[in-house]
Design a protein around this ligand. Structure first.
Ligand SMILES: CSC[C@H]1O[C@H](OP(=O)(O)O)[C@H](O)[C@@H]1O
Ligand SMILES: Nc1ncnc2[nH]cnc12
Length: 290
């Protein structure tokens, strides 16, 4: 058993959470630079928690400039074991309506202007992301959201786009009709891939804000309407987060799906060929196996 520490990455509209005991905003330095903001740490129902606003308080970072590697490293460095990503998303499905939550379990990564790995020349590693989210953590998010009275859809494919512009109508139709995606956002990749490299369980909760641009009855995406829906969604998101500690508990058994052992056979570079500088940068992320 290890001690659970829940890390929540709050997306657009979710810049803080309340109710943490001994709450303190902590500055964390990482070998990958500064995270998006200070991290709020504390405990809730006897379980350790850390909260990081993905875009920073005041929404400073665009989806492209979010320091994804620093964010995941900082959470791991603080002792986080389970990461819950909460994000605003567009919907490609009639039945996934604004205000609903989707427990995402798959991704298509169309981002192209971001650092996507902690590894590289001098320490090469290949982890599997065939199943990029943790079913155990997804189950807890599902239960927490349902207990909050939210309409929840279990399972869905998230199209991660570069942004910051929304999709063209042709792209929106292709993602929905040809690629079979359910929701669209700009931030869960490379976040999910990096969490896997850092051996963290990762669950993604998509808070639907709009129908993107494909829907004949809803026209194109309108950021004003998104913000209005976001305000309601953020309260629901906070309510879901408050229920998670009781569901996960303070004592954590190893992940039955192996998220916390993802690097076990992933590193290819021979020990004598490794770059000591990169190995040093990997102290938090891969210290268990290096
Ligand atoms: C506010 S609309 C576009 C913006 O919202 C989403 O952010 P996040 O995923 O952090 O909740 C989307 O990815 C865009 O960054
Ligand atoms: N339609 C959409 N496309 C991309 N990101 C979003 N975030 C919220 N709605 C979105």
């Amino acid at each position: 058993m290890t001690e659970t520490m829940i890390g929540v990455i709050g997306g657009s509209g979710l810049y803080e959470i309340d109710g943490l005991a001994d709450a303190v905003w902590q500055a964390v330095e990482t070998p990958w630079g500064a995270p998006s903001d200070q991290i709020l740490t504390g405990t809730l129902d006897g379980v350790k928690m850390a909260f990081l606003p993905r875009h920073g308080r005041g929404h400073v970072h665009s989806p492209t400039t979010v320091p994804y590697r620093a964010n995941i490293d900082a959470l791991k460095r603080l002792g986080v074991t389970d990461v819950i990503s909460v994000s605003a998303c567009g919907s490609f499905r009639d039945n996934m309506a604004p205000g609903d939550f989707v427990i995402v379990d798959q991704f298509i990564d169309r981002t192209f202007a971001r650092e996507k790995s902690f590894f590289g020349a001098g320490c090469v590693a290949h982890v599997s992301v065939a199943h990029p989210t943790c079913p155990r953590l997804g189950e807890a998010c599902d239960a927490a959201a349902r207990a909050s009275g939210i309409t929840v859809h279990r399972g869905g494919t998230y199209l991660a786009m570069e942004g910051p512009q929304f999709s063209t109508l042709a792209e929106s139709k292709m993602y929905r009709e040809v690629w079979g995606c359910d929701v669209i956002g700009m931030t869960n990749m490379p976040e999910a891939k990096l969490a896997r490299e850092a051996e963290l369980c990762y669950a993604s909760v998509a808070m639907i804000t709009d129908y993107d641009s494909w829907h004949p009855d809803h026209g194109e995406v309108d950021v004003t309407a998104i913000i209005a829906t976001l305000m309601g969604n953020a309260d629901k998101g906070r309510d879901m987060v408050r229920r998670l500690p009781a569901l996960l508990g303070a004592d954590r058994a190893p992940c039955p799906h192996g998220c916390d052992r993802a690097l076990e056979f992933a590193i290819l570079t021979a020990p004598e060929a490794r770059d000591p500088a990169l190995v040093a940068r990997l102290d938090a992320v891969a210290g268990r196996v290096l």
